[in-house]
Ligand binder design. Structure first.
Ligand code: GDP
Length: 342
C-alpha cells in the first residue's frame, strides 16, 4: 500500500490500517522513517483533535481495570477510544499490555476501541517520539479520546504529561496516612488524582487517602490553566465501575473550560515547541552516531587518550567539523579567538 492510500484508510478509521501505520512510525529503518514522516504530514492536514488523556500509576493500582471500565463506558456513550502505552522498560512483567492477553479484554473486542501495546526494547526518547506519532495517527483516525497509559516508574510520567491534554494520576488507598511517596513533579502535573479501589473493605482507606491528597493539592501553587477546584482528587472503583461517570464529567468540564479560555491551544502549542526541541536533541544524537561522526570521534578520542589534545578542545573540533555553521556558539570561543594566531 502506498502512503496516500494508507493515509486514506487511517482517516476512515480502519483498524488494520491504523495498526500498520503505527508499526511504520515505530520502525527505525531509514526508509520507513521517510514514509512515516510523509504519512504524518499528510494526516496532520485533517485537523482532527481528540481529547488526549494521560494515565499514570504504579503496577497493581488498577490501570488496566480502569481503562477497561472507563473505555467501555465511553464507548457506550457513543465515543471512539484509543489506548496507547508508554513503557520505557523492556522487562516489564505482570500486567503488561503486551504480555497479558487478558488485559482490557472486553474493550479490545469493541469495534469502537483500538488498543495498542507498548513498543518494547526502546529507550525513553524513542518511546516518546513513537507514542507521540501514534497519538497523532489516532487523532487523524477520528478517535474522540486517546488514553495514554504509563507505569509510574519515574520519567515516563513526564513524557506522558507532555503528550496529553489532561493528566490523571491513579493511586491506591494507602495503609497509613503517608502520601505514597508521589513525587512533587508528578503531583504538579496531575489534573485529577483518582484514588482507586474505593469499594468494600478498602473504601474507608480510599476516602482518607483522597482527603489527604485533596489537602496536598490545595497546597500547590494555583495554575493559570485551572478553573476553581482543580487539580482535584476523587475516589473511584474501576472494578465496580463506580465514580467513573463523575470522573469523565470532571474531565470534560475541564476540557471545555480550557478550550474557552485559550489554555487548551496554549498547552498544545507549548507541547509542540517542547517536542520540536526534543527532536533536535534526538536528531543530533542520532547523527553523532552516524558513520562519519563516529570515525571522527574515534580519531579524536585516540588523540585525547594520548594526551595530544584536551577533551574540551576535541569536542569543539568535532562539532566545528560536523556543523561549521554552528561555530561560535560556545561561550569559550571568543576567548579562543583572542588567543588564536591565524
Ligand atoms: P495495573 O497493574 O495498574 O494495570 O492494575 P490492574 O488493573 O491489573 O489491577 C491490579 C489488581 O487490582 C487486580 O487484581 C484488580 O482486580 C485489582 N483492582 C483493580 N481495580 C480495582 C478496584 O476498583 N477495586 C478493587 N477492589 N480491586 C481493583
Amino acid at each position: 500500500m502506498d502512503i496516500a492510500s494508507l493515509a486514506d484508510a487511517v482517516q476512515r478509521g480502519e483498524r488494520r490500517a491504523i495498526a500498520r501505520a503505527i508499526t511504520l512510525v515505530e520502525s527505525t529503518r531509514a526508509e520507513h522513517r521517510v514514509q512515516a514522516t510523509d504519512l504524518l504530514e499528510t494526516l496532520a492536514r485533517t485537523g482532527r483533535e481528540s481529547i488526549r488523556i494521560g494515565l499514570s500509576g504504579t503496577p497493581g493500582v488498577g490501570k488496566s481495570t480502569f481503562i477497561e471500565s472507563f473505555g467501555l463506558m465511553l464507548v457506550e456513550q457513543g465515543l471512539r477510544v484509543a489506548v496507547l502505552a508508554v513503557d520505557p522498560s523492556s522487562k516489564r512483567t505482570g500486567g503488561s499490555i503486551l504480555g497479558d492477553k487478558t488485559r482490557m479484554e472486553q474493550l479490545s473486542r469493541s469495534p469502537h476501541a483500538f488498543i495498542r501495546p507498548s513498543p518494547s526494547r526502546s529507550h525513553l526518547g524513542g518511546v516518546a517520539r513513537r507514542t507521540r506519532e501514534a497519538v497523532a495517527l489516532c487523532e487523524a483516525a477520528g478517535f474522540d479520546v486517546v488514553l495514554i497509559e504509563t507505569v509510574g516508574v519515574g520519567q515516563s510520567e513526564t513524557v506522558v504529561a507532555e503528550l496529553s491534554d489532561i493528566f490523571l494520576l491513579l493511586l491506591a488507598p494507602a495503609g497509613g496516612d503517608e502520601l505514597q511517596g508521589v513525587k512533587r513533579g508528578i503531583m504538579e502535573a496531575a489534573d485529577i488524582i483518582l484514588v482507586n479501589k474505593a469499594d468494600g473493605e478498602l473504601k474507608p482507606a480510599a476516602m482518607r487517602t483522597c482527603a489527604d491528597y485533596a489537602g496536598a493539592l490545595r497546597l500547590l501553587r494555583r495554575r493559570p490553566q485551572d478553573p476553581d477546584g482543580f487539580p482535584k482528587a476523587m475516589t473511584v472503583s474501576a472494578l465496580n465501575v463506580a465514580g467513573l461517570d463523575q470522573a469523565w464529567s470532571e474531565i470534560y468540564n475541564l476540557v471545555e473550560w480550557r478550550r474557552t479560555h485559550g489554555h487548551w491551544q496554549a498547552r498544545r502549542i507549548a507541547q509542540a515547541r517542547h517536542w520540536f526541541e526534543e527532536e533536535v536533541r534526538q536528531t543530533m544524537l542520532a547523527r553523532l552516531d552516524g558513520p562519519n561522526a563516529r570515525s571522527l570521534m574515534q580519531a579524536l578520542s585516540k588523540q585525547v587518550a594520548e594526551g595530544q589534545i584536551t577533551a574540551s578542545r576535541a569536542a569543539e573540533d568535532l562539532f566545528d567539523r560536523i556543523w561549521p555553521e554552528m561555530r561560535g556558539t560556545n561561550p569559550s570561543e571568543s576567548l579562543d579567538a583572542a588567543t588564536d594566531i591565524p
